[in-house]
Design a binder for this molecule. Structure first.
Ligand SMILES: C[C@@](O)(CCOP(=O)(O)O)CC(=O)O
Ligand code: SF4
Length: 375
């Protein structure tokens, strides 16, 4: 991969910046990138102490670097204000705060959300270096911005250098669809993504018989990326780049989805990825149909920004016994170990909760989840 004189010099410093350059050069060589390109925004995953532990914390501290572009970060292992209520112990909280202080010293904004696009909405064609698979696929598919599916480490290296290797989805022709998915059922987009992700190769372009909302597209992408190596999709008549390419001849038809999850939930959860304003308001409107408080643990996760923008809605949900937490989620928090069976409408959470937290899961639509909370 070609390096400019300045880039060569960064390699020779022998410090944390050199380490970051080495990561980007190695990535560039693996994927045969011709050069590095500047990025506008990096989003780093691997922020929960639960997932990176003491080793990750010490490695980050040893880098001793500063970010040179706008940098946001993924959820931590707890709500920074209500961690005791989540059942988190002091030792974990202390270590999580130590980790967040390191990110802050590096120059990250402590956004602690997997939905950075609600805070900074990238524009079409903008080059990013984002980790967090659900954010990557949203940026590429719904916004038309350009990022590969970075790891936490490669996103951090790009945040320091301000660049990323020019390969993969940064290049227009690599964003072309290779399989048409005709959807003939009124299937939950989250579950559709969860099922299709493991069944297809390449980039899907969907044909729906209805208009999907941005939240539907968010759920579809999160599900797709959780079970498949998919970092972009298109939807005919709906996503920004759908008409820039030939419609692929390879086609599958989806007319029904079968799921077999079964357990009696001791907690219901929504917000994987973190809920948008519209989604939080949808929960509010559903809750108004039920008298009294919920009868099961009901945890909702969203970003601080959405929470603060809708504080009256949050107050109502809390009054109904729902807990609205920020900064974290069921997948990256040790709090989840208190539960046996988690009910959710998120295809992504159905994938990761058993894998990362070892709990059983039960699928329900948003309406099913709200109804179950009162049973
Ligand atoms: C599962 C995920 O959403 C959150 C946990 O990952 P991390 O600890 O933020 O790297 C990451 C991802 O899907 O890229
Ligand atoms: S809520 Fe879901 S998408 Fe967001 S960080 Fe947690 S697992 Fe990832």
């Amino acid at each position: 991969m070609f390096l400019t004189k300045e880039e060569e010099k960064l390699l020779e410093r022998g410090d944390g910046v050199s380490k970051c350059m080495e990561i980007l050069v190695a990535l560039g060589e693996i994927f045969d990138a011709e050069r590095l390109i500047p990025i506008k925004h990096a989003h780093i995953s691997g922020v929960s102490y639960q997932n990176i532990g003491d080793e990750g914390l010490e490695w980050l501290r040893s880098l001793n670097v500063k970010f040179t572009v706008k940098t946001t970060i993924n959820p931590a292992g707890m709500d920074l204000d209500r961690w005791k209520e989540m059942g988190i112990d002091e030792d974990f909280a202390r270590k999580q705060m130590k980790l967040l202080n390191i990110f802050k010293e590096m120059g990250a904004e402590l956004t602690l959300t997997c939905t950075p696009y609600y805070i900074y909405r990238p524009s079409i064609g903008e080059h990013l270096a984002w980790a967090e698979s659900s954010a990557v696929i949203y940026a590429n598919s719904v916004l038309g911005a350009r990022t590969n599916r970075e790891s936490g480490i490669s996103a951090l290296a790009s945040a320091v250098i301000g660049k990323t290797p020019y390969y993969g989805l940064h290049i227009k022709e690599n964003r072309a669809p290779s399989i048409l998915v005709k959807v003939e059922c009124d299937c939950d987009p989250s579950i559709l993504g969860y099922k299709i992700g493991s069944e297809i190769e390449g980039i899907p372009i969907f044909k729906f018989n209805r208009k999907l909302s941005d939240d539907d597209l968010k759920a579809l992408g999160a599900g797709l990326a959780s079970t498949g190596n998919v970092a972009i999709f298109h939807v005919i008549d709906q996503t920004p780049e759908w008409n820039d390419f030939e419609i692929p001849s390879e086609k599958i038809v989806v007319d029904k989805l079968e799921l077999n999850f079964d357990c009696d939930p001791d907690i219901i959860t929504l917000g994987c990825p973190h809920l948008s304003k519209e989604e939080l308001i949808k929960v509010y409107n559903l809750l108004k149909n039920f008298s009294g408080k919920v009868r099961r643990e009901f945890w909702i996760f969203t970003s601080r920004k959405v929470y603060e923008d809708l504080i009256e809605v949050v107050d109502y949900l809390e009054m109904k016994g729902v807990r609205v937490f920020r900064d974290t989620c069921m997948v990256v928090s040790p709090a989840t170990r208190r539960f046996e069976c988690v009910m959710t409408n998120s295809g992504k959470a159905l994938t990761y909760l058993p894998k990362l937290r070892g709990v059983k899961v039960l699928y329900g639509t948003l309406e099913d989840c709200v109804r179950k909370a009162f049973e």
